[in-house]
Design a protein around this ligand. Sequence first.
Ligand code: CDP
Length: 679
Amino acid sequence: MSKPPLPSLLPIPPFTRAADGTITLPGSKSLTNRALLLAALCAQPVELRGALFSEDTEIMSAALRSLGVHVEADAARCSFRVAGAGGILPATTATIQVGNAGTAARFLTALCAAAGRGVYRFDGVEAMRRRPMGGLLEALTRLGAEFRFLGQPGCFPFELHARGLRGGTVEIDARESSQMLSALLMVAPLAAAPLCIRLVGDVRWPFVAMTLRQLAQFGQPTAELAARPAAEFALSWGRPFTAPSLYPIEPDATAASYFLALPIAAGGSVRVAGLPEAGESLQGDLAFAGALERVGLQLSREAGALVSTRVAGAPLRGIDADFNLYSDTFLTLAALAPLLEGPTTLRGLTHTRKQETDRVAGMAAELRRLGQDVVETEDTLTITPRPLLASQIETYHDHRFAMSFGVLGCHDLRANGQPWITVGNPACCAKTFPDFFEVLAQLRAHSHPMSTAPDFITVAIDGGAASGKSSTSRALSERFHLLHVDTGAHYRFVTHQLLERGVDAADESAVAAALAALPLGTRLAGRSSLIEIDGRIPGEEIRGQRVNEQVSRFAAVPAVRQFLLAYQRSQAQVARVAGFRGLIMEGRDIGSVIFPEADFRFYLQADPVERARRRAAEGQTDAIHERDRLDASRKTAPLTLPNGATAIDSTHLSLLQVVDQLGALIAPRLGATTIPHLP
Ligand code: CDP
């Protein structure tokens, strides 16, 4: 799963009009990962439709593949085709990375422990090594599995020696995570004899009910068990897992919480398509809608959609609510509590201190940063609204922080349309909802009437060295509120990084190898998008003589161009989610290769003598003719006047004249509207 193209810090553009739109959510994470496992236990192929494609389901499906299960993914159709082996794991050895996916960690451990024989190595990321596993590992050990811990006892990493599950009666403590009980329930039918599972302490029931109801859909007689909370589960055994060849997955109810709550921040009305009625859904998190009604939003049904509306003039009040049974949604309400009248108290949160991060402590810290009065106990959080302060939000690698505060940021705090919340590492939403900020941006664009939110435009500016691309692009980005991307700086920074690593442009395989180790990111600075490599952004060093001499050599290497291609294209998305009205990108191949379909494609030219004069005036030593020669003669994406592009000769024009000429062409597409000013 590739990282979504989001900047490392994302300023959230507020809604300046009431929210109005219908959104379609990705599939439920909990249902997708359970269904992947259950489908892998069937003898007949099963297609999961409407499935979630995110980091957590990628981890699950990849692990099943490494266990020899055939899993075919079709992200465009949101479908997984799973061909299992009827309860037998084809691979008797495998190395399984569970990342920070709690479902994958618990479900796969139980699945492998149920294998007749095999040795499986498990590990997770640092945070996962600290998350609760003990209750499950103890139960599986009593049923016959052996764990050899390679780090802390009771934690990842470990080696699992499988000998099948014995059956009989076993106790499990699933207080810290209901996923441990769910995991055991799903593999219970594989035991050598009937299994009776006895609970020590209580468990958050909705997720257990979800598991039992899904098991029933996969041919196990557990429907009755799902009807009411119990402390003991006598499971039938030896029955084959079966399912309809097409198994539909419900949209994610936790993800729905962000959009159902959005009218608190933005007003208006949001329709979430395809969510079943609470009574018909497998997902307990739909109960969050009830909390929103108590706050004062109006929830209704309309043609299969759940609709959340803020009734004009109706007050929105803080509430006191126990979130224990649908705790993934507590962060959504906590983040919006500053906008409610009176304090909000959320209870039943103890177990969330051991999730992706300590969610209670994290929430308290971020809300305080925003100026709120927060009282935290082991199990509760009370937020008393105070005047909100602009702030940058830390997200602790926890997708739910990014999404919850993303919604708060939609509130137009200063009534000027300017961002006041910046979300750190927004890409962490890839865990369960890679397109979250994009969906939010689409809703924002849709909510604004066309006169103030015209279509998003892309502008490509190509031309030779010192042809005036940068100054022109900057001025146009300013005039029309477009995100400005200087791709020359991309090639320059990559060149600098490769030179630092002692790589020569002539050695293509060394270039390719070095590129593979360069993680790319984006940082927004005003209206510019800066490339990040390994967390660093380019500085003066990329305009030095060494880079000037070498950049065109590196830019001619196909691996370098390939490396930057997807990144450069992804900048359109960055511009969209950050609320720009378009993208202006300058370089040598923007109108020909990167955005051949751009709304505007311009090609700047100037007399070579004039260009040399401009470069010298900047005080740079730069053999621009030599670079132009290399750029125009290379095989991949050479500098050329793209077919159908508008050429402008700037030799005898001032910068303002060029900008006015291009601006006159662009302006009609954007309508006569006011342009937002950045602070
Ligand atoms: O500063 P100047 O306009 O001369 O060049 P730049 O835009 O900073 O680009 C530096 C070099 O990067 C160019 O000479 C090209 O070799 C390369 N480049 C490219 O190949 N393709 C692009 N889209 C942008 C730059």
